[in-house]
Design a protein around this ligand. Structure first.
Ligand SMILES: Nc1ncnc2c1ncn2[C@@H]1O[C@H](COP(=O)(O)OP(=O)(O)OP(=O)(O)O)[C@@H](O)[C@H]1O
Length: 263
């Protein structure tokens, strides 16, 4: 059943995203400095770093919310995202979730997902036009994936914080993005909710490329493979998470404090 919807990975080992020489300033603050970064099709990459290291800004640059003063953002080799607006970038196949959940509280979970179907439809027609059976299957597939089958008829406003986050991820997935950008998806979650989120990310990653900004060490240790470490707007290091954590200096940068070992 799941395989029916799985996206074909069109280019294993090829870059889906390439950032070249990115510079972003906010007044006196250098939020990103000479950032060069590549992401391959099919990756689940974690962007890590302390408060203010530039993780969110990097995601903003990719999604078009922030324009760099210098540099290029190449999507699928030839599309320079710096030349596109946020809405166009979403239509090009990049789904972006910010830290706070944003769902339609008065609509049900099912309706929220239905609204997000990749179609050029108005709000009302999206709700009232009959879905095709393929669309309905797709919706149920996503509903199961985000673990909200039993809550399909409940209003989104009545969901817990974590459930709202999962719903919003489901809404993004309804648009079948090729690349998903997530900013601290576990913020405000309990340990077990964060674990469910980690499992969800891995399930999604069977179909989609994901770039996730995260500061929670336990979560990163458990669910990350390759990580990219930022400090003060510069890309400091890329490695497997365990290698990074075994290196005191890199681990200190990530944690923003001294590492205590062997306690
Ligand atoms: N719109 C803005 N205006 C001014 N300064 C900004 C703006 N956005 C970000 N900054 C600054 O740019 C730097 C990088 O911020 P950014 O939010 O990208 O870091 P971050 O790694 O995501 O931090 P956190 O983990 O706290 O979310 C910080 O010094 C921040 O204060």
């Amino acid at each position: 059943m799941l395989g029916q919807f799985a996206l074909h990975n069109p280019a294993p080992g090829r870059d889906i995203l390439r950032l070249e020489g990115l510079e972003v300033r906010f007044g006196d603050i250098q939020a990103l400095h000479n950032v060069n970064f590549t992401l391959q099709y099919g990756e689940l990459r974690f962007l890590v770093g302390p408060h203010g290291s530039g993780k969110t800004t990097l995601l903003h640059v990719i999604s078009g919310k922030v324009k760099p003063s210098q540099g290029h953002v190449l999507f699928k080799d030839s599309i320079d995202l710096t030349k596109h607006q946020e809405q166009q970038i979403a239509q090009l196949g990049i789904g972006r979730k910010s830290q706070a959940p944003s769902v339609f509280s008065t609509l049900t979970v099912f309706e929220n997902l239905a609204l997000s179907l990749k179609q050029q439809r108005g709000l009302l027609s999206a709700l009232w036009t009959k879905m095709t059976s393929e669309q309905r299957d797709r919706l149920h597939h996503r509903l199961a994936m985000i673990g909200l089958q039993s809550k399909a008829k409940e209003r989104a406003g009545s969901l817990s914080h974590a459930e709202k986050q999962w719903l919003e991820i489901g809404m993004l997935l309804m648009q079948e993005p090729e690349l998903l950008l997530l900013d601290e998806p576990t913020a405000g979650m309990t340990v077990s909710e964060a674990e469910q989120t980690g499992e969800l990310l891995h399930a999604i990653n069977a179909e989609q490329t994901i770039l996730v900004a995260e500061r929670d060490l336990a979560f990163v240790r458990c669910f990350a493979g390759k990580v990219t470490l930022l400090r003060e707007g510069a890309l400091l290091r890329e490695s497997l998470v365990q290698e990074l954590l075994n290196d005191d200096k890199a681990a200190e940068t990530f944690l923003g404090r001294k590492v205590e070992r062997g306690a």
